[in-house]
Design a protein around this ligand. Structure first.
Ligand code: ATP
Length: 229
């Protein structure tokens, strides 16, 4: 069953149009990769889904509800967990406080996220500002899990991290897919790792969906034409 459906979405920053015609869908239990070169509209698409930026055309439906009618603070309550670009943890709160602040009833609690990311258990009483970049990223993912989402959106969750930490994050994403069947929308540039975990992919170019299909159908031609690799 389709959980998230984005159809022909347009969006503006003031007078400047950033999205022209974005369409994508994520089914329950599916992992969708959202791809595109820098500045093509991936983060803007994520912002429109989470209602941080209003749409100026098209529709965004989640679990049968039109998100245009939902204020941004209610999006998490509907079951969309966001791991935003740049992490945005509460730096003056401890790891545990960051997690408790996000908690909603469901299967994910402190013990379970700490089992997924053991460094967070060791650092539970440290303020987030004292964590490494990788640990802060783990905290951002853990915080989204604490909202017990049905769909989790990860925006550049492995960007700028050391190779070993990136590997840990990809490993956690695989575990989530395998063990929870949670739907995931993953914005990332690591095609090799996405190949292991993503079912489908959508490619954006200048605010438009220009390609969609099975992740394993992204061949050298598609990469050369749309991804510049
Ligand atoms: P990246 O991979 O670099 O994060 P992206 O695909 O996520 O890129 P967006 O950040 O969504 O791309 O940007 C899409 C377009 O919107 C770009 O032309 C960008 O310059 C513009 N844009 C993004 N944020 C703003 C903003 N706050 N105000 C005005 N224009 C913006």
């Amino acid at each position: 069953m389709t959980l998230l459906s984005v159809e022909h979405v347009a969006a503006h920053y003031g007078a400047s149009q950033a999205l022209f015609d974005v369409s994508l869908s994520v089914a329950e239990g599916e992992v969708l990769a959202l791809l595109g070169r820098n500045g093509m509209g991936k983060t803007t698409t994520v912002k429109t889904i989470c209602r941080m930026l209003p749409t100026t055309g098209g529709s965004v439906m989640f679990d049968g509800q039109d998100l245009a009618r939902v204020p941004s603070y209610k999006v998490a309550r509907l079951g969309i967990g966001l791991v935003p670009e740049g992490r945005r943890c509460f730096t003056n709160l401890t790891v545990r406080e960051n997690l408790i602040a996000a908690a909603r009833a469901g299967g994910w609690d402190f013990e379970r996220v700490a089992a997924l990311f053991p460094p967070l258990a060791d650092r539970r009483d440290q303020v987030a500002a004292s964590l490494s970049g990788g640990e802060q990223q783990m905290l951002a993912i853990a915080r989204a899990l604490m909202t017990n989402p049905r769909l989790m959106i990860l925006d550049e969750a492995t960007e700028g991290l050391a190779p070993l930490v990136r590997q840990e994050i990809w490993c956690a994403i695989s575990t989530l897919k395998r063990e929870t069947g949670m739907a995931l929308l993953v914005v990332d540039k690591s095609l090799k790792e996405l190949n292991e975990v993503a079912d489908h992919a959508v490619i954006l170019e200048r605010g438009e969906t220009v390609w969609s299909g099975a992740m394993h159908d992204i061949d050298e031609g598609v990469k050369g034409q749309f991804l510049g690799v």
